[in-house]
Design a protein around this ligand. Structure first.
Ligand code: SAH
Ligand code: SF4
Ligand code: F3S
Length: 477
């Protein structure tokens, strides 16, 4: 019966097995060509989703016999994993690829590959084809798991390889992962986006929403905990719509609850939540589950209802505030909020922008990610009349960041005397005998303590708010 089947595609196991075989073939080619353990340099732009993809790219490269370097001029394989979300991100990538032209001329055996969200756009792939002839391999976001095969083709044929199928996307399980950090892990729970916010390129370059099976996510979480990971961040463009394509359906709140029940001392984070799908059930789950960080990243983009409608966001200011206030009601001072904001959406007036300022003033966010609108080719907003000058938008932007700076400074004073559960992540900067720790809301508290505390959770009381960090002391139980 149809109802028993998930609604989105999964990559066939045989395909994954075939890629494993290609790993062996590549390993044999590269060891003949370069000798023992040639180095690869993977350069990542963009959001955590891309960071997680790069960890899979590195996992596969490791199986193909590569070692790793941060220095691209030492590498036999250079991979750019790119982001398309704003023009500035794209310009940086083109600039960086461009600097490799003469290097490639002098080092013909070096291979240059480009992948990620930028490459999934045909006009960008065309530009690489024409203007960057020294790029050997270009592949889109839907074929990351086929890297072994694509790299094999690139190494053994005399032709450049472009593989950018336009598709909805599928879930690939069983791809090896090489993680960047041994305490903090990214755990993708879903891919793609169905929301088509009018300014955003992500749905075009990442395909439709598709969820990993809960059992696969829980297995990975369990392995991470067993390996000593202390912070697990669940990733998706809109985690609140997790599980809608699964059969039986699983809600995001249920998934959180199940991970919370796993044994071990760890903290669960998640991002990003879309306000239109954020439920009271989710907020209640956060309040109830002791391992879920009391941090809600809930991007509101604009505080004005007309602008929100033009952005195709499907919620209004009142609904957003209702969610925030419900979370405050259940978790009081314990909950930290962060958000994303776009300044100068096409047609936004200063009066409308003031609604964004007033919302920021009302909620008191811990921190904000603020962006000036950047037109993205192929999105509806890129075609909308945009009469306000960039100079004017820059002034509004400054007004917003000034306001948030004032609020952050006031927040710091409010933390004085309060206690937080913190994860100790490294050495401090306030003095030789200090270590640094993070609260659920990503505030940094430094305290005097031994380095043996690194990698543990501790209860820390704030004794002095400084400008960007808090000074605290360890509470004895
Ligand atoms: N899925 C997440 C956001 C992913 S993109 C969500 O819906 O919350 C991260 C942020 O980049 C967005 O929240 C938005 O604030 C910003 N952004 C996306 N497209 C943009 C554009 N064209 N111009 C400026 N900022 C943009
Ligand atoms: Fe972009 Fe909107 Fe999807 Fe977020 S929810 S990725 S902003 S389209
Ligand atoms: Fe950029 Fe792609 Fe993420 S466009 S923000 S890397 S999903």
């Amino acid at each position: 019966m149809e109802d028993n089947k998930r609604k989105t595609a999964v990559v066939d196991e045989n395909e994954i097995a075939k890629q494993r075989k290609f790993c062996e073939k590549v390993a044999s080619v590269v060891s003949k060509r370069y000798g023992e353990k040639p180095l690869a340099c993977v350069i990542t732009y963009g959001c955590q989703q891309n960071v997680a993809d790069s960890e899979r790219i590195k996992g596969m490269l490791k199986e193909m016999g590569y070692g790793f370097t941060e220095n691209r001029f030492e590498a036999k394989l250079i991979v750019f994993n790119t982001c398309a979300v704003r023009e500035h991100a794209e310009d940086r990538v083109f600039g960086n690829i461009g600097t490799l032209k003469s290097y490639k001329q002098e080092n013909r055996d070096v291979l240059i590959a480009c992948c990620g969200c930028m490459m999934q756009q045909q006009h960008i792939a065309d530009r690489i084809k024409q203007s960057f002839p020294f790029v050997d391999l270009v592949f889109g976001t839907h074929v990351v798991h086929r890297l072994p095969e694509l790299l094999f083709n690139s190494l053994t044929r005399k032709k450049r390889v472009f593989e950018i199928p336009d598709m909805d996307g599928a879930i690939a399980e069983g791809v090896p992962v090489l993680r960047d950090n041994d305490r903090k892990a990214w755990l993708p729970i879903m891919y793609g986006c169905n929301n088509f916010c009018s300014y955003c390129i992500v749905p075009y370059v990442r395909g439709r929403e598709r969820s990993r099976e809960a059992a696969d996510i829980i297995r990975e979480a369990r392995e991470l905990i067993a390996d000593g990971y202390k912070e697990i961040t669940l990733l998706g463009q809109n985690v609140n719509s997790y599980g809608k394509d699964l059969a039986p359906k699983v809600t995001f709140a249920e998934l959180l609850q199940r991970i919370n029940e796993l044994d071990g001392d760890f903290r669960i984070r998640f991002m990003t939540s879309h306000p239109k799908d954020c439920t009271k059930e989710l907020i209640e789950t956060m309040a109830r589950c002791d391992k879920i960080a009391k941090h809600l990243h809930l991007p509101f983009q604009s505080g004005n209802d007309r602008v929100l409608k033009a952005m195709n966001r499907h919620y209004n200011r009142a609904k957003y505030l209702e969610l925030i206030n419900y979370a405050k009601e259940l978790m009081g001072d314990d909950i930290a909020f962060t958000s994303d904001i776009i300044v100068g959406f096409p047609g936004e007036t200063y009066e409308e922008f003031k609604d964004t300022l007033s919302l920021v003033d009302e909620v008191k966010f811990t921190s904000l990610f603020t962006f000036i609108f950047s037109p993205r080719k192929g999105t509806p907003a890129a075609e909308m009349p945009d009469p306000v000058s960039h100079e004017e938008k820059t002034k509004w932007f400054k007004e917003l960041t000034d306001l948030q700076e004032k609020i952050s400074a006031e927040n710091m004073k409010k933390y004085d005397g309060r206690s937080f559960k913190c994860f100790v992540y490294g050495k401090g900067k306030l003095g030789d005998n200090y270590v640094a720790s993070r609260t659920d809301g990503n505030l940094i508290i430094e305290f005097e303590g031994d380095e043996s505390l690194i990698g543990t959770f501790q209860k820390i009381k704030v004794i002095e708010p400084l400008t960007y960090v808090l000074r605290g002391e360890r509470e004895r139980n």
